[in-house]
Design a protein around this ligand. Structure first.
Ligand SMILES: [Zn+2]
Length: 414
């Protein structure tokens, strides 16, 4: 890719040009403001993953964005993760709260709210969770590295090691499926990494040499079994255990973790997460953390650069634009807009006095997938003439036919 092409694909530049998101120094660095167009893409991604997870047996829950400092002391995020957290908010009564950097301890407290029996497992708590991390200002980069983001997070609580391994596979199945729907290809768009701990560094990592050895080999075997190529990286694990990271590179070659599946050695002990077994005794659980489509912000950055703004239909902020040839066709154009709008299609009308040629040029620059040309012929026959970003002229159809075929194309996320 030439330097010019790289610049053209940069998500920060495209985000501005396509009016998807912005930043304000008054609001704060690293805190994106989403426009209606950008929010429309996010909404599609979020709905897609939430529906897919529910189909796959996840319980979607909601927990608060802040919690008492003590919760993160209990989980070990504080002090292990302190440098990436915002400082505590202390109330007049002397209670300290933290903006959460992770969802894990919230889900564990939810688990602890009632007793559990071996029959319930696995329990898969998922949440589109807003998280806050204090990244150094030099580290901030568009949507790829921000100070507040939404993670498609989950914690899978299991009753045995075999079940945990099975859930690692299921999480990877979901990640690969979701990547396929987003149009991301293994090898080309993303690669696998086994992120290991460092036995000598007991300050950074939870101390349990045998546990780390075992967990790392379980994750390694899982990837070998799937036949996916992967690299091994030392000193890249979470403080509580090793992980499989799915890595993606931005247009400038900067690599980041996009999605992750983690094996947790410490939380079942720290939170005393147990259940009643078929023998009537208390047993310790096994925990897998995973993000399915990662941080929505970071995934958006990758998608904007991958598609250079020409999103597939289901993700396009504007799916159809209506181009009346002259003023006398505007009334029919408004009717077409109303019908498509009611069908749940994101549609805009260009009723300006510009020539048709000029209207078509701007619809192409703005990478809108479909546009409809409406003139005398269309008004008298109550049809639309359909053109497409890549396919060119598609032909004439009745408004109903067009709406039905478009809805089908959106539904299948083709
Ligand atoms: Zn977690």
């Amino acid at each position: 890719m030439s330097e010019h092409e790289m610049n053209e694909r940069d998500h920060k530049k495209l985000g501005r040009e396509l009016d998807l998101f912005t930043f304000s120094d008054v609001v704060g660095k690293g805190l994106p403001l989403w426009t209606a167009r950008g929010a429309a893409i996010r909404r599609e991604i979020e709905r897609f993953i939430q529906d897919e997870e529910i189909k796959r047996g996840y319980s979607h829950v909601m927990t608060p964005d802040i919690a008492k400092l003590g919760l993160y002391e209990k989980s070990g995020h504080y002090p292990h993760y302190k440098d990436s957290m915002y400082p505590p908010l202390t109330t007049e009564e002397g209670e300290s709260f933290m903006l959460r950097p992770m969802t894990c301890p919230h889900h564990f407290e939810l688990y602890l709210s009632k007793p559990h029996s071996y029959r319930e497992f696995p329990i898969r708590y998922a949440e589109l969770a807003k998280l806050y991390r204090y990244e150094q200002s030099g580290e901030l980069m568009g949507l790829q590295r921000v100070r507040g983001f939404c993670l498609s997070d989950a914690h899978i609580i299991c009753s045995s090691e075999e079940q945990a391994v099975e859930e690692v596979h299921k999480a990877l199945d979901l990640i690969e499926y979701a990547n396929g729907v987003l149009g991301l290809q293994m090898g080309k768009d993303y690669t696998y990494r086994l992120s290991q701990g460092d036995r000598a560094n007991t300050e950074k990592y939870f101390k349990d040499d045998a546990g780390w050895e075992k967990a790392e080999s379980l994750l390694r075997e899982a990837m070998q079994k799937r036949g996916v190529p992967f690299v091994e990286a030392k000193d890249e694990a979470a403080f509580y255990g090793p992980k499989i990271d799915i890595q993606m590179k931005n247009v400038n070659g900067k690599e980041d973790t996009a999605f992750t599946v983690q094996y947790d050695l410490s939380s079942p002990i720290k939170f005393d997460l147990t259940f009643t077994g078929d023998d009537g005794k208390q047993h310790r659980t096994y925990i897998v953390h995973r993000s399915s489509i990662g941080s929505i912000e970071r995934t958006m950055a990758f998608l904007i650069e991958k598609y250079a703004g020409a999103f597939p239909l289901w993700l396009s902020p504007e799916q159809v634009r209506i181009l009346p040839i002259s003023e006398k066709h505007v009334e029919y154009a408004n009717e077409v807009k109303r019908v498509l709008n009611e069908a749940g299609i994101r549609v805009e009308l260009d009723a300006s006095n510009e020539s048709l040629g000029k209207k078509v040029r701007s619809v192409k620059t703005e990478k809108v997938p479909y546009w409809l040309v409406l003139g005398d012929q269309e008004v008298s026959t109550e049809t639309v003439t359909v053109e497409h970003r890549e396919k060119g002229k598609v032909g004439s159809a009745t408004l109903q036919e067009f709406a039905v075929s478009l809805k089908e194309e959106i539904r299948t996320r083709a």
